[in-house]
Design a protein around this ligand. Structure first.
Ligand SMILES: [Zn+2]
Length: 436
């Protein structure tokens, strides 16, 4: 019998993971699948002799950590992490049942196929292969499989960092989502976007207060009117453009690859031409503030004394305070700001031995590969891990068909991962971890 390789195994492992419904509804009563997935992961690791630690932050909210000792234990460890939860899927919208892990047309279909059970499966396939063949990595590798990435990370990476930082001791660098996927320029050139920065999260509630009263009177101090004016002003405001080092490097590389001039004062014109990945990149040149919820009043003919709105704000690295000053100018002095959740932006340089090894691993499997840094406008577990001083990268390698609208698959209908891309990813990950 042929020996089992990581590329053989990764598809079956990914399929198994896709068949475990780990929907994270945001409600602890209905978020129950992570434990099943963590037990599956534990079984895959213990079967080949890797010890695991499984920790629940709350009933069934399971997180799993394993350390693979490296040859040089004095070096900083590399954290390789993936979340096990997924966003819910409405089966009526899908072409296949979203938790079937069906394979057809060269893809594995299912919720989590790219976010991010694909990478979870790659991690498992690589280290299982190593255990069978006696590969010892150059330095310690810490594997972390987390809960709750899709609903604030409180029960997952934040919990691990808060309660079990000892398991992550010595980790200096990390790889996880969202990066390492290809963007095809032409047959001979594919950009692989490596995430080196993430915007910060600042979820705010705006409160307006006024004089309550009868809806039939002349009334010049109406909380609803004041709030509506502030919300409209925020929603329409374009915050000033700030090109950070990551975005500058991205634009330079893209302009070189595409052979087009990108006006550094008008990068949005160039970004708009990037097709599907414009959605990923578009929000990384400014702070943004999107109104998402409104609340006021309790009766049609009563003017309420207060009104509130939630604003989803995303801030560029180093911009959090500046942003609040700008926001204050937009909403005026009378609106009160309440902070619901704040997570800082993160940014690291696109340099060093690990970054070089990413480029080399990609080129070894795809001669047309060029690794470029980029900033994610959303947030990942990297936010929590970076608070421990870990340099975090999004590098979950995937070679994608040129015509696949990859960014639309995130949390999207018919989420799927190309089987060949998955096997490519496992080979790149294997090379990277052996060289890092
Ligand atoms: Zn994800």
């Amino acid at each position: 019998m042929e020996p089992v390789t990581a590329a053989d195994e990764v598809v079956g492992i990914c399929r198994d993971l896709l068949r475990i419904d780990t929907s994270n509804t945001g409600d602890p009563r209905t978020t129950v699948g992570e434990r099943v997935a963590a037990e599956y992961v534990a079984a895959q690791l213990t079967e080949v002799g890797i010890e695991v630690e499984l920790h629940e932050s709350a009933p069934r909210r399971a997180n799993l950590v394993a350390r693979i000792p490296g040859r040089d234990r004095s070096r900083g460890a590399l954290l390789v992490h993936g979340h096990l939860d997924v966003v819910p899927a409405d089966a009526s919208e899908w072409s296949v049942p979203p938790f079937s892990g069906e394979e057809k047309d060269g893809y594995l279909w299912g919720r989590g196929a790219i976010d991010m059970k694909d990478f979870d499966a790659m991690m498992l396939a690589v280290v299982r292969d190593w255990q069978r063949t006696g590969v010892v990595p150059p330095r310690d590798i810490v594997l972390a499989f987390t809960a709750d990435e899709e609903a604030g990370m409180e029960y997952g990476s934040q919990y691990l960092v808060r309660e079990h930082a000892d398991l992550l001791e010595g980790c200096t660098e990390a790889i996880g989502e969202v990066g390492g996927f290809s963007y095809t320029i032409n047959d001979d050139l594919r950009l692989y976007l490596v995430e080196t920065a993430e915007k910060g999260i600042d979820w705010l509630r705006l409160h307006a207060r006024g004089r309550p009263g009868h809806g039939s009177f002349v009334h010049d101090d109406n909380a609803v009117t004041a709030l509506a004016e502030a919300v409209a002003a925020v929603g329409r405001h374009k915050f000033p453009m700030v090109v950070t080092p990551t975005v500058r490097a991205f634009l330079e590389q893209v302009s070189e690859a595409l052979g087009i001039e990108i006006d550094p004062d008008e990068p949005e014109l160039a970004i708009a031409k990037l097709g599907p990945i414009a959605a990923l990149i578009g929000a990384t040149v400014r702070n943004t503030a999107n109104p998402t919820r409104l609340e006021a009043g309790y009766k049609d003919n009563v003017i309420p004394g207060k009104a509130s709105a939630t604003i989803d704000c995303r801030t560029l690295p180093g911009q959090a305070e500046n942003f609040l000053e700008q926001l204050r100018d937009v909403i005026g002095p009378d609106i009160e700001i309440e902070h619901l959740q704040q997570q800082p932006a993160v940014e690291t340089g696109f340099d060093g031995a690990l970054v070089d090894a990413m480029g080399a691993a990609l080129r070894a499997e795809d001669p047309g590969a060029r690794a470029v840094p980029y900033m994610l406008s959303g947030g990942t577990d990297a936010k929590a891990f970076s608070t421990l001083g870990i340099r975090c990268f999004g590098f979950a390698p995937l070679k994608l068909p040129a015509d696949l609208n990859f960014s639309a698959l995130f949390h999207g209908v018919d989420e799927r991962v190309p089987v060949e891309g998955l096997q490519f990813g496992v080979r790149v990950l294997d090379r990277l971890l052996k060289a890092s």
